[in-house]
Design a protein around this ligand. Structure first.
Ligand code: GLN
Length: 304
């Protein structure tokens, strides 16, 4: 079999030549100016080997990938009580849709759509100052990545605070149904800052190691919890594109509108890919194509 390093070089070359690179998210003004011609990928294998190609050392806004780390913290804090406030089913709607919230009485479908993630952040906040929560989240991410040099980009958070009308609508709606404990602006302040964490592909792939549960790798949460987080990433991690991602890649993944995707090959690899242009579902266009190529060439799929 061709080595993973060679496969990554081939992927990076193919992505550099790609013409249709998708469209950079422009509803967060601070992200609108990101150069779409960038592409990076990093893979940490079960034995600890690290492989990178392209712009794997360039920090990007992890956006909704932060929802994985927030969910991990929330489950640690609340355990199964969290599921009284948020569901575990794919939504079939866009990440920022408000439709289902009305139909389903303020209980978001899953923790990865925005409404669900706002509830998760609200649950971990639980009366603490947003600063304390964000400190805890950063400590967790830094510990998982074994890297202190991971920060929140305040300009991105500010930009989203000023323009995040849909998220404000979702938060107020949740409040109206009694499913938000903190005032909407407080919960959203924490949520916007969590989304504004910046990481490189290599840092993100390292932070994801606890989800691959390799022999001798970091054990930050129980095996059962890892399986459940991976199951949610598989079924809900790409919103209304989750079925397509499972079909094409066959691995659990979580995307963000910054163009990053964290993908887990259980027992084998933690993969981070980044390219800012998005497809119609708000998931990285080239990032998806790249992990599809990698999974196929490496023979990685949870479906056999
Ligand atoms: N901060 C973004 C938002 O709430 C995250 C969305 C995403 O990455 N899909 O709109």
């Amino acid at each position: 079999m061709t080595g993973i390093a060679e496969i990554l070089e081939e992927i990076a070359a193919a992505m550099a030549a790609a013409e249709d690179r998708g469209k950079v998210a422009d509803y967060i003004p601070e992200l609108a100016g990101v150069d779409p011609n960038q592409f990076g990928i990093a893979v940490v294998l079960a034995d600890g080997t690290e492989l990178v190609a392209g712009d794997a050392a360039t920090p990007f806004s992890i956006q909704s990938i932060s929802k994985v780390f927030a969910l991990t913290l929330a489950l640690g804090r609340l355990g199964d009580r969290l599921w009284q406030r948020v569901g575990r089913e794919p939504s079939g709607y866009a990440f920022n849709s408000i439709l289902q919230l009305e139909q389903e009485q303020g209980i978001p479908r899953n923790p990865f759509i925005n409404a669900g993630a706002i509830v998760v952040t609200d649950a971990v906040l639980a009366g603490h100052a947003p600063r304390e929560y964000l400190g805890e989240l950063l400590r967790f991410i830094r510990m998982a990545a074994d890297d202190e040099d991971i920060h929140i980009n305040r300009d991105v958070a500010k930009s989203e605070t000023e323009t995040g009308h849909r998220n404000f609508a979702l938060a107020h709606y949740l409040s109206a149904f009694g499913n938000l404990m903190n005032p909407p602006d407080r919960a959203l302040g924490a949520y916007f800052h969590q989304c504004a964490v910046e990481m490189t592909c290599l840092q993100l792939a390292r932070a994801g190691r606890f989800l691959m549960r390799a022999e001798g790798g970091p054990r930050l949460v129980s095996a059962e919890r890892v399986r459940r987080i991976n199951a949610l990433m598989m079924t809900c991690g790409h919103y209304d594109g989750s079925g397509e991602f499972a079909f094409r890649v066959g691995l659990p993944g979580k995307s963000g509108v910054g163009g990053g995707i964290l993908v887990i090959a259980p027992g084998r690899a933690s993969i981070a890919v980044w390219s800012p242009g998005l497809n119609e579902n708000g998931n990285s266009q080239l990032g998806t194509a790249a992990v599809e190529m990698l999974a196929r060439r490496a023979g990685w799929s949870v479906f056999g």
